[in-house]
Design a protein around this ligand. Structure first.
Ligand code: BG6
Length: 514
């Protein structure tokens, strides 16, 4: 593995929740695993005035709660944490910040390598990018600057979601970034891409001979991608009401998972090869006919539950809000591999349980030789077809259901399920997803980050379910699904209308014999 370059990681939004709960604990974990160059340091920027030590103490409390902690290694790591107070959208803070960065670059030997992390509200992205530029902090491929004199020094930027609010705003943000940073210096982060099982989809498909030949519309009936959560919107109502399930989960995370399942084999595992295939498959997503939108999607909002208000009555949610807390969308591709095979993607809050999974439902065998024998209990002589389930959360698990002969006299057929729990099998615990991604950015590896065209293409794919065309889906949405259920009735109809059903893992487990 290429070691991470020494650099200064400049986090804008240092006082935010993400920094304290995820980023710094993840960096500490990476430090403990030896994945960070020892010269690397973290510089937080935020409006509140405080000293380096005060910020270190605040962070210690979070890191203690978040991962395996020991005082000695934390103190060692904490000496690499610094703080600069100031409003990052105002030019005034930048001379102080630049001076601090120059001093740290000199004393720590980070060669002018800077990794900016925008962990701030989306409305602040563009002004901060402009200020970074005006302050002359970006020299790679652009200008020459005193301390950043090493030819190999780089400046990169990591951007959090939401990346735009629609296709036009995402394109605008991409243009603003492009005016300051080269595309190879822009890291659009998605924590789903660091999930072990998402990455292992690539290995499953391309390091085996047995799956890829049947990974197409000839053998696969449909694919389901689910990200269900049992929690509600919590105290994020203002953000969520502007966002909704499609923007929050599908445009960002789940279309990435879909791209890994549906893409063609890349020429190599290099970033540009993987990204090229993801772009192609996202761009092959068909636009649903506006007049028929109800056959392509179901939207929902959770109802009141045991003392908790319904979504539309929650304080902070706009009166009469039609923002979806549940969405199930159908995607079809205009390409040869997936011609008639639909992909169904669903996500929602306050559902039956936390579950993130990919279900690959195979077609039944072309000829049914067993149709007259026992074991075809549904009366039409059909058995459930083979199915592969790649579970991402709560645990990384892979399972395959196929048909077997029940031992004993004569031929009776029943399904069996083979399952592998990744963590148990390999005896390793998963690490906090942000850590490996930040280290990848420090190493200059963009394979698990989204390109400009993927982001814009994903917006294009979901716009019919967000703009005026989605109007019929939003009528009567308020309280249309029960908390603890699997969403509104329309989500079941979406599949049932073509004789399909959503996978319910509880049902599958209940069928297993003790
Ligand atoms: C975030 C969304 O990006 O992902 C949240 O904003 C959601 O609403 C979260 O809860 C889910 O992430 P995970 O890793 O728990 O599936």
């Amino acid at each position: 593995m290429v070691p991470s370059d020494p650099c200064l990681l400049v986090i804008f939004g240092a006082s935010g929740d993400l920094t304290a709960r995820k980023l710094v604990p993840a960096l500490y974990e990476m430090w403990r695993l030896g994945a960070l160059d020892p010269r690397t340091a973290v510089v937080g920027v935020s409006r509140t005035a405080k000293t380096d030590d005060a910020w270190r103490d605040e962070l210690a409390a979070h890191v203690r709660a978040a991962s395996l902690f020991d005082d000695t290694s934390w103190h060692e790591f904490a000496t690499r944490i610094f703080y600069v107070a100031g409003d990052a959208v105002q030019a005034e803070v930048y001379p102080t910040l630049a001076a601090r960065l120059d001093e740290l670059a000199r004393t720590r030997g980070t060669r002018g390598n800077l990794l900016f992390y925008l962990s701030v509200a989306e409305s602040l992205y563009e002004p901060i990018i402009e200020r970074i530029d005006e302050a002359g902090l970006v020299t790679e491929g652009k200008r020459w600057c005193s301390i950043r004199t090493d030819e190999r020094s780089w400046q990169r930027i990591i951007i959090e979601k939401p990346f735009g609010h629609d296709e036009a705003s995402a394109a605008g943000l991409n243009r603003a970034l492009g005016r300051v940073f080269e595309e190879e210096s822009i890291y659009r982060i998605d924590h789903y891409l660091a999930k072990e099982v998402v990455q292992s989809l690539l290995v499953l498909r391309f390091a085996n001979t047995i799956f890829e030949p049947i990974w197409n519309c000839r053998y696969i009936d449909h694919v389901q991608i689910t990200a269900a959560e049992s929690i509600g919107v919590g105290n994020r109502t203002a953000f969520y009401d502007e966002t909704g399930a499609i923007r929050d989960m599908i445009q960002s995370h789940l279309l990435q998972v879909l791209a890994f399942v549906a893409m063609e084999p890349p020429n190599s595992m290099r970033a540009h090869a993987i990204r090229a295939e993801k772009i192609k498959v996202i761009e092959a997503i068909r636009e649903p006919p506006a007049a028929d939108i109800a056959r392509w999607a179901a939207l929902g909002q959770y109802a009141a539950d045991a003392g908790d208000p319904a979504y539309h009555e929650t304080p902070g949610v706009a009166k009469g809000s039609r923002t979806e807390t549940f969405a199930a969308l159908r995607f079809q591709f205009d390409n040869w591999r997936w011609a008639d095979t639909p992909f169904f993607v669903r996500t929602g809050k306050k559902l039956a349980r936390k579950l993130t999974e990919v279900v690959v439902q195979f077609k039944p065998p072309a000829a049914n030789l067993f149709r007259t024998m026992d074991g075809f209990g549904d009366g039409v002589g059909r058995r459930p077809a083979d199915r592969m389930v790649i579970q991402i959360a709560p645990r990384g698990e892979f399972s395959l259901r196929f048909e077997c002969k029940v031992p004993g006299w004569g031929i009776t057929i029943d399904s069996v399920e083979m399952a592998v729990d990744y963590e148990k099998w390999f005896g390793v615990e998963a690490v906090e997803s942000y850590g490996p991604l930040i280290v990848d950015a420090m190493r200059g590896d963009q394979s698990l980050f989204k390109s400009r065209f993927e982001v814009e293409g994903s917006w294009r794919a979901v716009m019919p379910f967000l703009d005026a065309r989605s109007e019929p889906l939003r009528r009567g949405i308020a309280g249309n699904y029960r908390c603890g259920s699997w969403g509104p009735e329309a989500a079941h109809v979406l599949l049932a209308s073509s004789g399909r059903v959503w996978h319910d893992p509880a049902e599958a487990k209940a069928k297993a014999k003790p």
